[in-house]
Design a protein around this ligand. Structure first.
Ligand SMILES: Cc1cc2nc3c(=O)[nH]c(=O)nc-3n(C[C@H](O)[C@H](O)[C@H](O)COP(=O)(O)OP(=O)(O)OC[C@H]3O[C@@H](n4cnc5c(N)ncnc54)[C@H](O)[C@@H]3O)c2cc1C
Length: 390
């Protein structure tokens, strides 16, 4: 089994992990290095999904191994964070194909569902026999989705009829279920439905020609009179404020993913620059290259500090997630550019890793609210003035 070291974590945040957590994470790294890393370059180039890596990852029991759970079965937030970091350190898509299910989808079921729904679906969510994703964004409403939601839900007897469209939905074509967020047609509520992906009237098509996060298949979804039983509505989501409550704890994941991607880019840049010889010496011996490596490590420290802070001070407001997103996106963008530069021409070849992180940083910059919208949220909190509309 491989050692669990984190070159680039200069402040030693990983030392807060327990021996049992380190051992479990080392098991994960060994699995990724042995079974997933060898697939990555070809899959990325061909834009093929990683759906087949999900079951073997579930079989590692990262989330329910008694060695890392307390008496109530709970995990320490820092351990959960390092799982996300470890997956993203290999590739953003690896983290999305796993975390979209056991993070995003599981969270929406747990926080929005009834106790009966949770009991019925949770075992299948954990072992990936009941897969799902979240569909919020729409073709005509991205940044303004909170006020612009146009997918509708109409109550007819003991079921609902959904009409509308969704866009950019990650994992949608490899999921059995799609949590569709819709506006009640005859009322004020925003509702969430666990829609079976093979429902009559539901169409899914992969968005082609995507240059970022290529192994994540993002889909356009059309809902044309899709019938959903009331039992598949999540009863604890009835407004956008409920959505915010549901997703608040997940907002730290953006910092963990960003830190993981920066650590991956740093490892690639360090490995290359200590080997590549120009002007008769390894290029890592030149001040300009060292400056890049040091700036990446400083960015990692800032991003990790923010991520670890959320483990001791859980997010309870609606402004700090935006600040986290801004720092995570900015530090990531800078780090992956510095890493790419350090490799010269080879930096644009998939064989040397950094160009995947370079491209995928743009996905992270955009999803779950583009960085600029988060700036407007923090700006409004600081000034009391909303700059969203003129
Ligand atoms: C790779 C990828 C994966 C995604 N995965 C998912 C997913 O799984 N589920 C999901 O629901 N969604 C997903 N999304 C959608 C994502 O959340 C949206 O793309 C994002 O919220 C931005 O919306 P938009 O693309 O419509 O951009 P727009 O809202 O059209 O924005 C375009 C530009 O205009 C700027 N802008 C807009 N309004 C203002 C304003 N008031 N003031 C100043 N500037 C403004 C924005 O900052 C941006 O620069 C994904 C997107 C991508 C690219």
């Amino acid at each position: 089994m491989s050692d669990l070291d984190y070159p680039g974590d200069l402040l030693g945040f990983a030392s807060d992990l327990t021996d049992a957590e380190r051992s479990k994470l080392a098991e994960l790294r060994h699995h990724l290095d042995t079974h997933v890393r060898p697939l990555i370059v070809d899959r990325w180039e061909r834009a093929e999904t990683l759906a087949d890596i999900r079951r073997p990852l579930a079989e590692l029991h990262l989330l329910d191994d008694p060695s890392v759970c307390d008496a109530e079965g709970a995990l320490r937030p820092i351990y959960r964070g390092f799982i996300t970091l470890e997956l993203a350190r290999l590739d953003l898509a690896v983290s999305i194909v796993y975390g979209g299910q056991v993070g995003m989808f599981r969270r929406v079921i747990h926080a929005g569902g009834s106790p009966e729904q949770v009991a019925a679906w949770d075992p299948g969510i954990l072992d990936f026999s009941f897969t799902g994703c979240l569909a919020l964004n729409e073709p005509d409403h991205g940044s303004d989705i909170a006020g612009g939601l146009s997918t509708t839900a109409r109550r007819v007897g003991d079921h609902w009829v959904l009409d509308g469209a969704k866009r950019w939905i990650g994992n949608a074509t490899i999921s059995d279920n799609i949590v569709v967020i819709a506006r009640e047609l005859d009322g004020p509520r925003v509702l969430a439905f666990v829609v079976a992906a093979d429902s009559v009237g539901l169409g899914r098509s992969v968005i082609e020609h995507k240059a970022v996060a290529r192994m994540v298949h993002n889909a356009d979804i059309v809902l044309d009179g899709v019938v959903v039983p009331e039992e598949r509505r999540l009863p604890r989501i009835e407004s956008f404020a409920d959505m915010t409550r549901v997703f608040r704890p997940l907002r730290a994941d953006i910092a963990w993913s960003s830190a993981g991607m920066q650590l991956g880019a740093y490892a690639a840049a360090h490995a290359y620059t200590t080997q590549r010889v120009q002007f008769g010496r390894p290029i890592a011996g030149f001040q300009l290259i060292q400056d890049k490596l040091v700036r990446i490590v400083a960015n990692i420290a800032q991003t990790l500090a923010l991520a670890v802070r959320t483990t001791t001070h859980p997010i309870q407001d609606d402004v700090s997630p935006s600040l986290i997103k801004i720092v995570a996106a900015d530090r990531l963008r800078e780090s992956v550019a510095l890493a790419r530069e350090s490799l010269g021409g080879n930096g644009v070849l998939l064989d040397h890793d950094v160009v995947r992180f370079f491209a995928d940083a743009e996905a992270m910059y955009t999803f779950e609210g583009i960085r600029e919208m988060n700036t407007l949220i923090v700006g409004r909190a600081l000034t009391g003035l909303s700059a969203f509309v003129r």
